[in-house]
Design a protein around this ligand. Structure first.
Ligand SMILES: [Zn+2]
Length: 203
């Protein structure tokens, strides 16, 4: 194998490696390094690289990341929606105080999934709560007609859901803000493809 025309000495391979890592090496150099690493275990160990080198910014990585983000978004939104719905189901019940924890958690999940569009998490919570309680109040009024006067009925139908939606969305907002702050502090989200490992100490 070492008799191949495309082969380069180990030292040349290791010299070129940092340039390949930075994406400034020419196509040809990159191929030479790739070909050399494919059959030279000692350089592979030295560079810590698998036989097939990833180009500096492969389009596939972008697609994989986008797919990951989409899955994260869907999962986070599902979690947030479910949390909000469970919170609504126990509204006006003895377990209602669980919402003090549940809704901030739902807001946090939604905010983490939505990234920069995180304000939609508390807004969605507001909309969902209002719609749910409005329909619930409407149903109550339909089932028990004449149980309330006009004014009382209207406030029951419009104002109580509004008040609850405000409280719930504020709880979700608190969770969302905390989640965004934590995400900012820890910077957990991957911003791009990881850099290939370089041989010891080379900068
Ligand atoms: Zn070598």
């Amino acid at each position: 194998m070492s008799g191949e025309r495309t082969d380069i000495p180990c030292q040349v391979c290791l010299d070129l490696w940092p340039l390949v890592c930075d994406g400034v090496a020419s196509e040809e150099s990159r191929h030479l390094v790739e070909a050399h690493l494919a059959h030279c275990p000692s350089c592979r160990t030295e560079t810590g690289e698998a036989p097939s080198l990833a180009p500096p910014a492969p389009p596939d990585d972008g697609r994989v990341l986008a797919a990951l983000r989409r899955r994260l978004l869907a999962g986070g939104l599902l979690l947030a929606g479910l949390g909000c719905l469970v919170g609504l189901a126990i509204t006006y019940s003895a377990n209602m105080f669980y919402n003090l924890i549940l809704l901030p958690l739902a807001g946090a999940a939604g905010a983490l999934a939505l990234g920069r569009r995180w304000p939609w998490a508390p807004l969605g919570c507001f909309g969902l709560t209002y719609l749910w309680l409005f329909l619930r109040a409407g149903w109550e009024l339909l089932v028990h007609p004449g149980s309330m006067g006009w004014g009382e009925g209207l406030s029951f139908l419009l104002l109580s859901p509004l008040l609850m939606a405000l409280i719930y969305s504020l709880l979700a907002l608190a969770g969302a803000v905390i989640a965004r702050l934590l995400a900012f502090v820890f910077r957990r989200e991957p911003d791009g493809p990881a850099r290939p490992h370089r041989p010891g100490g080379a900068t």
